[in-house]
Design a protein. Sequence first.
Lengths: 206, 136
Amino acid sequence: MDFKNSDTITGPRTEDHLPGTAQAAVKIVIVGGFGVGKTTMVGSVSEIKPLTTEETMTQAGIGVDDNFGSKSKTATTVAMDFGRISVTDELVLYLFGTPGQERFWFLWNGLFEGALGAVVLIDTRRLEVSFDVMGRLEERGVPFVVAVNDFPDAPRYAVEELRQALDLAEEIPIIRCDVRRRASSRDVLMTLMRFLHSLTMTGAST
Amino acid sequence: MTPPQRRRRKPKQEQPPPPAVEGPQAGAGDRPPERLYILTGEDCERAPIDLVTLIVARADPPHSAAPEQSALLRICQAPLSVAEISAYLNLPISVVTVLLTELLTAELVQARAPVVRQARADRSLLEAVMHGLQKL
């Protein structure tokens, strides 16, 4: 690995510093297929320019990628874009947009553990690419809302039609959005937060 | 035009334990990738560190510090999440985690643990987040 000379590491700009009073952080994960707008959404609400973190995955046995003819072990670098919103002087919210390789989402050590919840961002032109991740969130008991990023040339289904196609419970919010707009992305996050809030009221465990 | 049809799944009975609070014995499915031992020293134990654990430097880098450790301490003068440290240092999360484990042991950094979702989410926490989002 190349490690840059430590003197060349600049770190955050002064205006990107969190206050020293920042005590704790929470996270929300934005999932969806490749090109659906996850990074755009992170960028539209983040107070910092979105950053990229990465992890190298080495997994035996799930070798879908055939590296140099060897199926026994694969190493893949998975990058994830994320942004930040300072909620108060003490509390910080991080938004992680996971990459398009669905099978790696759940290898991230602790990405979903402890997350408040998730936003499943969908493109109605490729609805089925989000099926697997929704199922996995359900299996893990991670609460989520569904946000439909409205592309101009995408088929427009009625919300109830989508609910039926996605086999979503009545209480799971489905919201249309344009993730390029900050207010629209914020509304999606607010919808998730209200949904999580309602879960605490009904006493549901997830 | 009819959309494709999905089928809902049920929560699995055995939830994998959250590795963030599990310590060194994380479940095999959550096994971190192969380590880059050159950076990790002898002790490969993982500290309970999450992507959004906030890290603050408590001291200046000692002369003995590795360049990566010095850089980490330098950028953590103000609190920074583990994910941000990984991004700025251009190092994978697992490497940052190991660096931090050493720095925590040496008491050169302080870790501020994340607020995790519990069985019953803390309503006041959710309200604080909503309030913050409204100001955006």
